[in-house]
Design a protein around this ligand. Structure first.
Ligand code: GTP
Ligand code: MG
Length: 205
């Protein structure tokens, strides 16, 4: 898919105030600092569409971007940011889960996982929750440029083994780098295929 236009629509802390449009949307979620906002900029070819930072906790709201005037891309805050107080964490968890429970336009979540790390309980638990709530999702392994090819392959194989301990099959997954643009075509083509399918069936989810 070619990106012809990418516009910021709005930021929100409440799912009921998100855009009313019925356009299909794709949400990017994962631990703080995993590279959600950077990936959105890479995918859209816009340097500063989504705000990024080396410090975790940059994205605090639900951010909608309108792409090619016919679908939404959503940048979400990261989970598991240690410096946030317990009550702030709880409030945050609530608004993230409310987003996934209530947002019927959300056709696929991309769960971002840092390709350098071993499987983390917080990500496993989050994917478990998505599964239990019938939220369709894929995995994107990020920051591949920071790994040597062999080590990257080893980590991803290990991740698949871990997933298969609790999942019948491995969800669709992609490997990405915001610096080398690895994964750009694959992820955009995947989104395009879903958009085409939705257009032909004309029903959400
Ligand atoms: P929060 O909004 O805080 O949850 O973080 P985020 O997941 O949106 O991460 P963000 O995109 O802001 O990136 C965090 C840091 O990682 C920044 O310093 C980025 O430059 C860096 N980064 C993100 N993706 C990549 C990547 O693919 N390769 C490399 N080398 N650095 C990356
Ligand atoms: Mg962010």
């Amino acid at each position: 898919m070619r990106i012809k236009s990418a516009e910021f629509v709005m930021s929100n802390s409440r799912v009921d105030l998100c855009p009313e449009s019925k356009l299909p949307e794709y949400a990017f979620i994962g631990r703080s600092n995993v590279g959600k906002s950077s990936l959105i900029n890479m995918l859209t070819g816009r340097k500063a569409l989504a705000k990024t930072s080396a410090r975790p906790g940059k994205t605090q709201l639900i951010n909608h971007f309108l792409i090619n005037k016919n679908w939404h891309l959503v940048d979400l805050p990261g989970y598991g940011y240690a410096k946030v107080s317990k009550s702030a964490k709880r409030t945050f968890q609530k608004f993230i889960t409310a987003y996934f429970e209530k947002r019927k336009q959300m056709v696929c979540a991309f769960v971002l996982i840092d390709s350098r790390h071993e499987p983390q309980p917080i990500d496993m638990e989050f994917m478990q929750w998505l599964g239990e709530n019938n939220v369709p999702f894929c995995i994107i392994f990020t920051k591949a440029d920071k790994m040597k090819p062999k080590a990257l392959e080893r980590n991803i194989n290990f991740y698949q083994e871990k997933m298969l301990e609790s999942w019948e099959e491995m969800p669709e997954f992609f490997i990405s780098s915001a610096t080398s643009k690895l994964g750009q075509d694959e992820i955009l083509d995947y989104i395009e295929a879903i958009n085409i399918e939705l257009n032909s069936s004309d029903s959400p989810r």
